[in-house]
Each structure stands twice: as structure tokens, then as C-alpha cells.
Ligand binder design. Structure first.
Ligand code: HEM
Length: 424
């Protein structure tokens, strides 16, 4: 049996979406095997991109994920960042900066960064606090709720909507649209799970999102306000075209919503499983919150993978001794598995232990160092920091009261439902 055959059998679960939904407890072992391979492992897939590419190379070591993220000239994002290639139609909606290479990526990132300056963030603290207070007051008086829909979904959604200037009346539509665009592989959100069915659902939803955005953008050009859309369409410097703005809007709705939602839900779950650490955190919040938030991000790893495509023959990965461990060919797909890297014992002491005081904590939950490092990382940290302080202050005994229902996805580490119990 060749090395490739062996890899295929061991690592087939990486693309078995049902496995991801039904066996979350087995992920740790799969990530361990991926790291222990000591080199990229090949996973064959039947849904092909180009005829030359018959699968992808999976990478789980922290060192390799860092190295790949740092070398965008050799590991490109421009051909897509998820395992399967998207059709040209899907790329028309989803091909925002995350799926681009420099110089185009840098040009657009510079423009959209206007919405994420330190000044904007300072101003946002007040908004995050007010929004969290509002959501906490709306939580059911019965003392039980689905934490995902009652809290975790609403906070990032209302923050993004507010930043973008989307009126509250569209909240439920944006929520449904996010679930379709980011949770397309789950039948709860897209019942027709054929390739055609998924594409149809995503394009229809994206069209509706674009229509909504265009009307908001036109309004802001005519009547600028203090929101991100106004900054992106009315500056004296270069502005986004309507098509670029539409794609960025869809990216933000996905990137900013789903990820933070899952970090919040995983956070409650993890802190419920570690009550002693939760109590310690609450007793000394200001001092411990920064490291606790990073540890929740490391432990939860809300984004499971990002893909790159090799730009030329002969691109290599090396180990600590600088020995070549793998040589790639042009067009090879390389998939980085962040949760595996975030539990790498070469970097993290006792990596399977949750420790709110972990320091240093060089996790890769926001991606590796490089041009695509998460643009919303500071905002996400701010939301987590404010949310847990206010949540436990308002409901000190809140705890996860069921097993989580996981999203059917190997891309987003999503929790769809999580019961919580608290004294109202
Ligand atoms: C816990 C929450 C979050 C996590 C775990 C997360 C994770 C990530 C990851 C892994 C990447 C890709 C990095 C790469 O390809 O190398 C990324 C990119 C990105 N994220 Fe986040 N993210 C979060 C929250 C947010 C928020 C709140 C926003 C905005 C409101 C945001 C906006 C973006 C954007 C625009 C990119 C693309 C950056 C580029 O390609 O230059 N993210 N994020």
C-alpha cells in the first residue's frame, strides 16, 4: 500500500461532513494524526476542480500553517480559500478580499481598513456594551434558552448591522442569509444538498443581499452618515465600486457574524466545563480577560480551515532542521487546519488543557501571520471581552445545559443550538 493510499484512508473524515457533525469528540485524534504525520498528507476528493487536482494536501502543524500563510507569492488565495472550487457564479458573490492576491488584495484591503481603525474600535466599545445590555434584557424570563439564538447570534449581527448602517428591520433576513451563505453544507439551512441546490440557494440569497446593499449604498452616497458604508463610498480617496462593495458586504456578514457567534457559544460551553476557571476569571476580570479571550479563541478555533493554491512547481516546506519535508507542484491545493495547529504540542504546553492564563498564546484562530490576517480580530476580541463580563454579571449562574448541536461543516466550527440555564 502506498503512502498516499494510507493517508487517504486515515484522513478521509476531513471531507466527510456528516462525520464533522456527528463525531465532534473524535476531532482531537484526527488533528493529532495530521500533526504527527510530520509532512502534508494527501486527501483524495471526488468533486474535482481542474483535472490535474485530484485532492488536496492537508497541513496541521503550527509551523507549516505559519510558513504557508507568510508566503502568499507561493501559496495563493486568489483561486479560492475553501477546499472545493467555487463556480464562476459563486465567486461573483463570494470573491472578496479573502479570495484575492496582492496587488488587488492590498488595494481593496487598504480601502476597507478605513472601517477598522483604532478610532472606530474605541467608538465601538460603547455600541458593544449597549447592544449586549439590550440582548441580555431580552433573554427569556423562563431561565432557559437556546444560547445561540438568544445571545450569541444577536451580538455580532447587531454590531455588523450597526457598523454598516443596515436598519433593524432587515435583521432577520440578514440572519437567514448568513446561515445560507456560511452554513450551506447543512440541510437545516439548505434542504437541497445537491451541488446545484447549494449553488442555487447561495446565489439567490446573495442576489437579495446585493439588492439590499445597493439601496443602502445609494442612500449613503446621497446622504453620508457615520457608518462604514459611507466611509467606503464617499471618501475623497479611492472608493469601492458597487460590485466590490457588494462582495465585501457579503464577506463581512459571513466573516464577522458566524465566527464571533461561534466563539461566544464555544466560550459558554468551555467556561461551563471549567467552572473553577470561570469563577477565577469573574473575580479578577480586567486582569484575566485578555488572556482568557485568547485561550477561548485557541481552544474553540471557530474557523476550521483555509486553503491556498501553489503557484509554481518546486515550492517546499521544511522542518526545524531545514530538511525539505515536501515539494509541491503548481496548482496543488493546500489546506491549513487551524484547530490542529492550535493544539500543537511543539508550540503549546499541555495543548489539550484549557488555561485562561496561558501565556504566550500564539494561536492561529485569526489565520497565520500574513496579508490575510483577520481584519476584524480586534473587533472580535472586544466583543468577546465585553460579552462575557456582562453575561456573567447579569446571570452569574448561567451554564450550558445540553450537548451542542454542531453545524454540518468542515469549514466553520459551528454550534447551531446550545441550551443554557440561568436564574432569571
Ligand atoms: C472570533 C471571530 C473571528 C475569527 C475566528 C476569524 C477568523 C478569520 C480567519 C481564519 C481569516 C482568514 C485568514 C487567512 O486566510 O489567512 C479571517 C479573515 C478575515 N476576517 Fe475574520 N475572524 C473573526 C472575526 C471577524 C470579524 C468580526 C470581522 C469583521 C467585522 C472579520 C473580517 C475578516 C475579513 C475582512 C477577513 C479577510 C482579510 C483579508 O483577506 O485580507 N473577521 N478571519
Amino acid at each position: 500500500m502506498s503512502a498516499i493510499d494510507l493517508d487517504e484512508q486515515q484522513f478521509a473524515p476531513l471531507i466527510d461532513l456528516q462525520w464533522w457533525q456527528e463525531h465532534p469528540g473524535d476531532r482531537t485524534e484526527l488533528y493529532r494524526r495530521l500533526r504527527d504525520a510530520g509532512r502534508p498528507v494527501f486527501v483524495r476528493t471526488s468533486r474535482l476542480g481542474s483535472p490535474r487536482v485530484r485532492g488536496f494536501w492537508a497541513v496541521g502543524a503550527h509551523r507549516d500553517v505559519v510558513s504557508i500563510s507568510r508566503r502568499p507569492d507561493e501559496f495563493s488565495s486568489g483561486q479560492g480559500t475553501q477546499i472545493f472550487d467555487q463556480t464562476a457564479e459563486m465567486r461573483a458573490y463570494r470573491g472578496s478580499i479573502i479570495d484575492m492576491d496582492d496587488p488587488e488584495h492590498m488595494r481593496l484591503r487598504k480601502i476597507v481598513s478605513r472601517g477598522f481603525t483604532p478610532r472606530m474600535l474605541t467608538e465601538l466599545r460603547g455600541l458593544v456594551t449597549e447592544t449586549t445590555a439590550e440582548i441580555l434584557e431580552e433573554m427569556p424570563a423562563s431561565g432557559t434558552c437556546d444560547f445561540v439564538s438568544a445571545f450569541a447570534t444577536l451580538l455580532p449581527l447587531r454590531i455588523i448591522d450597526n457598523m454598516l448602517g443596515v436598519p433593524r428591520e432587515h435583521e432577520q433576513f440578514i440572519l437567514r442569509a448568513t446561515n445560507v451563505v456560511l452554513g450551506a453544507s447543512d440541510p437545516e439551512y439548505v434542504p437541497d444538498q445537491t451541488v446545484a441546490g447549494i449553488e442555487k440557494a447561495v446565489s439567490q440569497t446573495s442576489e437579495q443581499l446585493i439588492d439590499l446593499l445597493k439601496s443602502i449604498a445609494e442612500d449613503r452616497i446621497a446622504h453620508p452618515r457615520d457608518d462604514v458604508i459611507s466611509k467606503l463610498v464617499t471618501s475623497d480617496e479611492e472608493n469601492l465600486t458597487p460590485q466590490e462593495l457588494a462582495k465585501f458586504f457579503i464577506l463581512l456578514i459571513g466573516a464577522g457574524n458566524e465566527t464571533t457567534r461561534n466563539a461566544l457559544s464555544h466560550g459558554l460551553l468551555i467556561l461551563s466545563a471549567h467552572p473553577e476557571q470561570r469563577d477565577r476569571l469573574m473575580a479578577n476580570y480586567d486582569e484575566l480577560a485578555p488572556t482568557a479571550v485568547e485561550e477561548i479563541l485557541r481552544y474553540a478555533s471557530p474557523v476550521i480551515h483555509m486553503r491556498r493554491t501553489v503557484t509554481r512547481d518546486g515550492v517546499t516546506l521544511t522542518n526545524e532542521q531545514d530538511d525539505v519535508i515536501h515539494t509541491f507542484n503548481e496548482g496543488d491545493k493546500v489546506v491549513m487546519w487551524y484547530p490542529a495547529a492550535n493544539r500543537d504540542p511543539a508550540v503549546f504546553e499541555n495543548p489539550e488543557t484549557f488555561d485562561i492564563e496561558r501565556k504566550p498564546n500564539n494561536h492561529l484562530a485569526f489565520g497565520g501571520p500574513g496579508p490575510h490576517f483577520c481584519l476584524g480580530a480586534h473587533l472580535a476580541r472586544l466583543e468577546l471581552n465585553v460579552a462575557f463580563q456582562m453575561l456573567y454579571s447579569r446571570y452569574p449562574d448561567i451554564t450550558a445545559a445540553s450537548e451542542p448541536v454542531m453545524l454540518r461543516s468542515n469549514f466553520v466550527n459551528g454550534i447551531k443550538h446550545l441550551e443554557a440555564a440561568y436564574t432569571p
